[in-house]
Write a protein that binds this ligand. Sequence first.
Ligand code: G3I
Length: 364
Amino acid sequence: MKKLIFAITLLLIVFTVIIKGGPQPMSSQIPSLKDVFLQDFKIGVALPVRVFSNSMDVELITKHFNSMTAENEMKPESILRRDASGKIYYDFTVADRYIEFAQKHGMVVRGHTLVWHSQTPEWFFKDEKGNLLSREAMIERMREYIHTVVGRYRGKVYAWDVVNEAVDENQPDGLRRSLWYQVIGPDYIELAFKFAHEADPDALLFYNDYNEFFPKKRDIIFKLVKEMREKGVPIHGIGMQQHLTLADNVGWIDIAIQKFKTISGIQIHITELDVSVYKSRSPSIIYQTPPLEVLKEQAEFYRKLFEIYRKHTDVITNVTFWGLKDDYSWLRFFFGRRNDWPLLFDENYQPKPAFWSVIESVSK
Ligand code: G3I
């Protein structure tokens, strides 16, 4: 009987390789990320909705991840609608699929994101004549949006990126001059946290940003979050996005975590991790295929990163990758179409050297 099962399995593998013309996932033969890091932190992944109807994606997701984030589908522009008369309404059809998938597979959901300068329709800030709303009307609009979205997913989304990327280190007060800032003023940030907490008192509420380990920006985020905590604003964590390149300074990341964790009661989520194989966002040479030495350098970088994360498991409770596999990454189109291989799995669902070094970081 055993021999028969073995023969059938072998035949199936050979058959799929011939039909699909390439190696297929053998995820059952490699360690599961979420199991390896079970004692340390949750392991998350950002997903576009199409993965739910691809069985190979589903297999990889459920094997390795116990947390998920909608890459775009829970952002205001994906949920907000306006009818012909200008009346605002909500469309949760796609967002609901994330919750259903997570519940079916025992995963938690990070909600991304409520208040952001990007991917929020401009009309949301305006009245029916196209004029910017008054401060009071905008606060009410924000309150209603946050109450509706967070309220719908109360008890189902365990953590929210309430405010995203509000810091601009080049402004005198360190705050981005977004439409939120222009219409409401700087206190839009704490109001957003207050409304989110009203809508779900048990959800963990995060301030989320990129380049958060660069000293100047780090210090502004630190001050912003510390002052909110001291004022009693319901904020529970800092989201460190961690969109990195091979030129980034991992020592700075360690220092930023050490600094953030001095804020009493704050936890840290690594919310959007990826490591570009290049050393800048506008590299002079684009690889056709990733050179092996570069993949090894990337693996070494990931190893150092995870050694740092594991030093801080007292505050880091979730590490989320921004994408399932290399060919799904935003880095393939965001800075113009170009090759990049920033994640742990390649186009063929195979673990890369970076996967193995992340796993090995646990034995240190
Ligand atoms: O859905 C449309 C599609 O209909 C259209 O044909 C296509 C043409 O370009 O665009 C599609 O929308 C794109 C969308 O991603 C879905 O793929 C948008 O153009 C594109 O701008 C959008 O990019 C997203 C980006 O946020 C926008 O700011 C990325 O997928 C997403 O990964 C990225 O995520 C952000 C985080 O939310 C915040 N932190 C930074 C991170 C990376 O930029």
